[in-house]
Design a protein around this ligand. Sequence first.
Ligand code: B12
Length: 211
Amino acid sequence: MIVNIYQAVLTGKRREIQALVQSALDAGMAAETILNEGLIAAMSELGDRFKEGKVYIPEVMLAGKTMTMATEVLKPHLVAEGQKSAVRVVLGTVQGDQHDIGKSLVKMMMEGQGIQVIDLGTNVSPSQFIDTAVKENCTIVACSALLTTTMPVMADVVKAAEAAGIRNQVKILIGGAPVTAAYAEKIGADGYAPDAKSAADAARCLASQIG
Ligand code: B12
């Protein structure tokens, strides 16, 4: 069953994916298993094939859309509607980067924990992150990057917070496939998380450190 979901994402079967995910849920499969072993595993395999030149951008885009449709079915099963919390996050994929599948999962998990998320989408400049944090009273700035070439924009976000004089009023949380805890430390960010669930946990934890 999980193999069918994996294959459907890999080959971009948008018409079939939601029924496949629903029947796996109906059969008692855990939503986390479907997400990790079906959807994320397939995207990772696709990434390898893309790198090797075996598939091209259109196939990857189709798989991305298929994955997004699958997560719509999973969403109510992954996020137990938590208590509304006062934590406010401004979230986005950094400037020059259009990858938003992981960011959207992070948003979903954060909202599931009652965190209020302002999602600026993709291609977000450092000043957009910082201006929004000020305007919307956010204590967490969460940046996603999937390209090694766009990771340095995260360092610019840290610098922009310093320049705006709000560095001690916000915590900067970063993530995305090429990002590491060591990189977060190097650029002076406050936190890193490897997946959507731990991103939500980290946001709550960091917010509690702001007085
Ligand atoms: C889908 C995809 C695309 C799609 C994106 C569709 C979309 N709407 O997002 C399209 C086709 C548009 C695309 C385009 C490109 N892509 Co692309 N893409 C991918 C692919 C296959 C999957 C990414 C993905 O969605 N993964 C699934 C999600 C769930 O995982 P995730 O993003 O890592 O997110 C998780 C965690 O990282 C974390 N997380 C994510 N964000 C955040 C944020 C915070 C704050 C925290 C705490 C945690 C966190 O939580 C998430 C959930 O667990 C990857 C391969 C890979 N293995 O990553 C390549 C990949 C990222 N792409 C790559 C490249 C090169 C490109 C292009 C430059 C190709 C080109 N020549 O044009 C363009 C760039 C376009 C641009 N300017 O952004 C390379 C990057 C290489 C590098 N080292 O920089 C990769 C690694 C493929 C490869 N192996 O070569 N791509």
